[in-house]
Design a protein around this ligand. Structure first.
Ligand code: CP
Length: 318
């Protein structure tokens, strides 16, 4: 293989504003095309994508696998017990070796993204973060793709996020606050808020881009006339809460239909998987406000946009 420039996606912060808008727009375009998927194109023909998930996944793993296949790539799948990382091979050596055989590596580790940065310390193989401990960037791209499909814009949306300040929340905050006029409010249980660096990053970005960001740890005085009400499962994949009474802290943060009294036009979004009766009532998740399953489908359209984008810029075969 000849050496080519590739693009890595390990954090939303890796994207320029143009990249972010283009990826969301392309995901929405693919989503709108529906069954046509990539319009019959096979831009990844002749490439090989590694799909390494050391943690469980239904949507993201399927989205990237199906997306890569639809774009013409072949895939090699690895589970949690498969790589010599388990026997002590270094991350640097793992990245060096894989980059000589793969064109793209899509990885979920639920660990420190610094590991993915080590894999990405080469210019042959694109590394895509399919979820790490602190950030889930491809989820945010899916979420914005879904909002763009629904509203025709991201700018100016009024979004309420309710629940843990987890890796979905951090990526959402980093992405949404880059769009002027967005009002993003997060209501997170006390002790389970955004990590400080992400909170400060969102505040700083909101000032710079003309959006607004607020995080509170209660459910009083919620904003009205919202466009989107968003929540996530309380037990994020790959995590355990040490406090045995954590459910008591989370209980006031359940999303139910009462939230629509002040925001009758809001749509409901959820990254899934869901636990009905915990973070959301069944009435909301399965009701008329919910676009959560369209959002799940958009994971594949958005994954296809990411896979197209991360290929060598000149589009030449490898
Ligand atoms: N939302 C999400 O990442 O789903 P999976 O864990 O099923 O991939």
């Amino acid at each position: 293989m000849t050496q080519q420039r590739v693009r890595h996606l390990i954090s939303i912060d890796d994207l320029t504003d143009d990249d972010l808008r283009a990826l969301v727009a392309r995901g929405a375009e693919l989503s709108a095309a529906g069954g046509e998927r990539a319009g019959g194109r096979r831009p990844l023909a002749g490439t090989v994508a590694g799909i390494y998930f050391s943690k469980t996944s239904t949507r993201t793993r399927t989205a990237f696998s199906a997306g890569a296949l639809r774009l013409g790539a072949q895939i090699v799948a690895y589970g949690p017990g498969d790589l010599q990382l388990n026997t002590g091979e270094t991350d640097a050596d793992t990245g060096r070796v894989m980059s000589r055989m793969l064109d793209v590596l899509v990885a979920r580790t639920a660990g420190d993204p610094a590991q993915m940065r080590e894999w990405a310390a080469q210019e042959r193989m694109a590394v895509i973060n399919a979820m790490s401990a602190e950030e889930h960037p491809t989820q945010a791209l899916t979420d914005l793709t879904t909002m763009l499909r629904r509203f025709g814009r991201i700018d100016g949306l009024r979004v309420l996020y309710v629940g843990e300040g987890n890796n979905t929340a951090t990526a959402l905050a980093l992405a949404l606050t880059r769009f002027p006029g967005v009002a993003l409010e997060m209501r997170t249980p006390p002790g389970y808020g955004l990590p400080a660096a992400y909170r400060l990053g969102a505040v700083e970005q909101a000032e710079r881009y003309g959006s607004s960001f607020l995080e509170r740890h209660d459910m009083d005085g919620l904003p009205d006339e919202l466009d989107v009400i968003y929540t996530t499962r309380w037990e994020t994949t790959g995590t355990v809460k040490p406090d045995p009474r954590w459910r008591d802290v989370f209980a006031p943060f359940t999303v139910d239909s009462s939230l629509w009294e002040a925001s009758p036009k809001a749509v409901f979004m959820h990254d899934l998987p869901a636990n009905r009766g915990d973070e959301v009532s069944a009435e909301v998740l399965d009701g008329p406000y919910s676009i959560a399953f369209d959002q799940a489908e958009n994971k594949m359209h958005s994954a296809m946009a990411v896979l197209e984008w991360c290929r060598p810029a000149d589009g030449s075969p490898r």
